[in-house]
Design a protein around this ligand. Sequence first.
Ligand code: PEP
Ligand code: MN
Length: 396
Amino acid sequence: MSKLRDKAAIWKQRKLSRITNDDNIKINFTNYITMQTIEQTMKETAQKAWGKRPLIISGPCSAETEEQVLQTAQRLAATGKVDMLRAGIWKPRTKPGMFEGIGVKGLPWLLQAKKLTGIPTTVEVATGKQVQDALTFDVDVLWIGARTTVNPFSVQEVADALRGVDVPVLIKNPINPDLELWTGAVERVARAGIKQIGLIHRGFSSYGNTEFRNAPMWHLAIEMKRRNPELLLINDPSHICGRRDILMDVAQKAIDLDFDGLMIESHIDPDNAWSDAKQQVTPEKLAEMLDNIKWRHETAEEKEFITALEKLREQINHLDDELIQLLGQRMKIADKIGEYKKNNNVTILQTSRWNQILERAFKKGDALGLSREFITKYFDAVHMESINHQNKIMNS
Ligand code: PEP
Ligand code: MN
């Protein structure tokens, strides 16, 4: 263990000599030394937090100012409900010119927040240099963001920097719904020798407007957990929802699905946050949400199979919800086709197309063990509904 920490210790030593000459990084030398002495205790606190269920991670989308980081941390600590403090230091932004994170000068603020509250910290890293900087300032847990997981070059760079370091790493799902990429990132980090790895489910990009900023596609998180039952699985309702009003619903679903914890963004002044303003909540609002969540835990009297059954039923409910959403989308497309047919004076029913749909479905169904009888019945019903939709359009 001590050998594993050597690499981070060397980085810190080098930083220490630079810090004293660097006016941009306003860290007080004495503070830094004090931190060294409580570092061991914090490592233990971080280890404990990692093992806690449910594990609650909160803090701002981005570190903005020292005051904002410290106040958020203190107000979160006052709730007594937060196990880990998050803050983005380097922000991957879709477009240039947006706030791209405060950078390395925010790291001492986080260190200070940890010192004030005793809450361990977590930061997103996307490059080897960021890993080095975060560990130099004793960040306790690192996370790999969705835009990084998607790129094997970047994940490998982060993994290479992690070689020889003992730090827990959380890996967000990639922005596209690809479990192999997510798994690949886990494997790269594991091969670098990292023992404590967790997953963060933050939803997946999809084209067009939906209820969510990132579609949850719960079945993918469930499948990832099935494949990796030993990994911690955290849900990030903030980036799934992109808005405050449905955060609670998503958080509750995650808990119903037996997730190990939640990462929820919080800010002292959410509306004026420098990034993700629409989805952040105040620390007090976060506490209220956490109070209202119905936490599922297995009691000793409950027979194991009842709990298992409940969980499976929840999974069925969520999958059914998604099927209904998809059917709704399918009918919207049918409506559009109806418009085209109307404008071009074409009949609704075109037998060759219908046969083609059924043939495709049979083939796919066969591979998945779905009977032809079921496929026929199901598609008949879907097809009838489609025809009814188109009929309405044609006759409107
Ligand atoms: C974040 O957590 O602030 C973030 C950038 O998230 P994601 O990687 O999920 O987009
Ligand atoms: Mn964010």
